[in-house]
Ligand binder design. Sequence first.
Ligand SMILES: Cc1ncc(COP(=O)(O)O)c(C=O)c1O
Length: 405
Amino acid sequence: MAALPPGFLSESLGRIQPSQTIAVTQKARELKAAGRDVIGLGAGEPDFDTPDNVKEAAIAAIRRGETKYTNVEGIPELRKAIAAKFKRENGLDYATSQIFVGAGGKAVIYNALLATLNPGDEVVCVAPYWVSYPDIVALAGATPVVVEAKFENGFRLTPEQLDAAITPKTKWVILNQPSNPTGACYTADQLKALADVLVRHPHVWVLSDDIYEHLVYGDFKFATIAAVEPKLYERTMTMNGVSKAYAMTGWRIGFCGCPEPLVKAMAKLQSQSVSHATSISQWASVEALNGTQHFIPERKKIFEERRDLVVSMLNQATGIECPKPDGAFYVYPSIRGLIGKTAPSGKVIKTDEDFASELLEFEGVAVVHGAAFGLSPFFRVSYATSNQALEAACTRIQRFAAALK
Ligand SMILES: Cc1ncc(COP(=O)(O)O)c(C=O)c1O
């Protein structure tokens, strides 16, 4: 392969990393294709299929000829369905003109940050964070300010930490719960305590990434910040999408509710990039939001059982400590007890990256190392796979941990 000429690639590209979660998933796929027995616990997507009513709505849309360009911000029918969803599920009033649709939740976040950030601006990101936040901030030329949510505090940001991270340059604070990668959630009271800090800093906007909203377990009740503290409504972007709740990762539909001028700014940017989300996926999403919701509690129950299985099995592994989170489909166990030990290969486990690569090599289990999410020494397990695969993978992790000397 011929090299590109020096200076050909942009400086902004040099500021970002390829997504490490996608890299692990791809590595596991390649090893499997080469005949290795690999269990992938890296992917951030439900193993369930898209519901049939949603698929049928897409097929009907194709047959009706809904295959042309749409409005940049999204088709009116979908924007209306999203506004109704925010009202019904979150108690938030958004006019249709305050709704923006993008090609996936990631694209919505990308549009919001690229449309608002300048060099010198700061964005507070809570570690461990979803891998894309700091990279999108850096791509926009702004500075991610990383605050570490502590294991001891259930990986939740404290109001004191939030207050200390805000400076006159802070433009956004990104809050994500249920969290990728920890599954940590905030009760309405915990959110209110963070909101009280934000009320005192009127120049700061909040990006609330609620994409795992429907995946909360036990008695936990999901709450979102703009509903908990209406004083923040005018400077909050409430972001969500169909990817996780409706098992529609490949359809690429994400959305948000926010002040109308921000919708207009994002639309200006989107009009010069992908133009709009795919017409067929938009029609499928109308059905996802307006149609039957019965599979959400059914699938939630299955995820909850898997969470309990994984937490219990990982806590039986030597040197691994796994908290039990309230949501999402991830756990984020600590490997503090394994750092400094020697793997069967003779390699000393100095970092969580060493742990993940030796685990893949010796036991064929693919997980993502904590450093990818900005907090070590941990690793992320996605339990969005069958109970059988999870049991086998956790047994291998137990065996690997026991083999470290
Ligand atoms: C926290 C979080 N936000 C946003 C997204 C983006 O979702 P989408 O697939 O809709 O772009 C993901 C996907 O993994 C995520 O984990």
